[in-house]
Ligand binder design. Structure first.
Ligand code: COA
Length: 149
């Protein structure tokens, strides 16, 4: 898929963006979850506000990406930037919005001292896998283990 560049501004997420983020998530997942996003956004803004970004086109929030730098987890000693939550408005896809968000977040991770960036992608989500592959991410030999509780 070829991304055509749109005039995109990247800036820090603000709590006033909650409605826009909730709407984008609803468009992607079909679920309206304002309380969940309030909790989630609050968590990321407390942890590392510079790693909570939104993309704007013509002053409209059209995408978001949340993450943080951590180290010493899962046997990974190096400071690692984790991309944990992302979404681009389905009506705006293919405009390099996700790419611009990722570039800005990776720049921040570098400033924070990260030498690696990681994310987790469900095997069934081929679109997200394709997106990260296009950005130069490769499958890693770190396997998630899971058990129902
Ligand atoms: C994955 C996602 C972030 C991509 O956003 P986007 O703005 O359309 O992506 P871009 O236009 O920046 O594309 C960047 C690169 O990724 C590639 N890419 C994007 N979507 C792709 C797809 N569905 N399949 C394969 N590659 C894809 C593009 O081709 C481009 O590569 P190129 O530069 O080599 O051409 C977006 O589709 C999305 O939000 N998906 C749903 C995420 C989700 O489910 N979140 C959970 C709910 S919050």
């Amino acid at each position: 898929m070829q991304a055509t560049t749109t005039d995109v501004q990247i800036r820090q997420l603000d709590t006033v963006d909650l409605g826009a983020v909730t709407t984008i998530d609803e468009k992607i997942t079909g679920r309206y979850r304002p309380d969940e996003w309030e909790r989630r956004v609050g968590y990321y803004l407390r942890r590392d506000p510079d790693a909570a970004l939104v993309a704007e086109v013509d002053s409209e929030v059209v995408g978001f990406m949340l993450g943080e730098v951590r180290s010493g987890e899962f046997g990974l000693e190096e400071p690692t930037g984790w991309i944990e939550v992302l979404g681009v408005d389905p009506d705006r896809r293919g405009g390099a919005i996700g790419q611009r968000l990722a570039e800005a977040l990776l720049d921040h991770f570098r400033v924070e001292g990260a030498t690696t960036v990681r994310t987790l992608v469900d095997e069934t989500m081929e679109d997200i896998a394709g997106f990260f592959s296009s950005l130069g991410f490769e499958p890693a030999p770190l396997r998630p283990f899971v058990k129902a509780l």
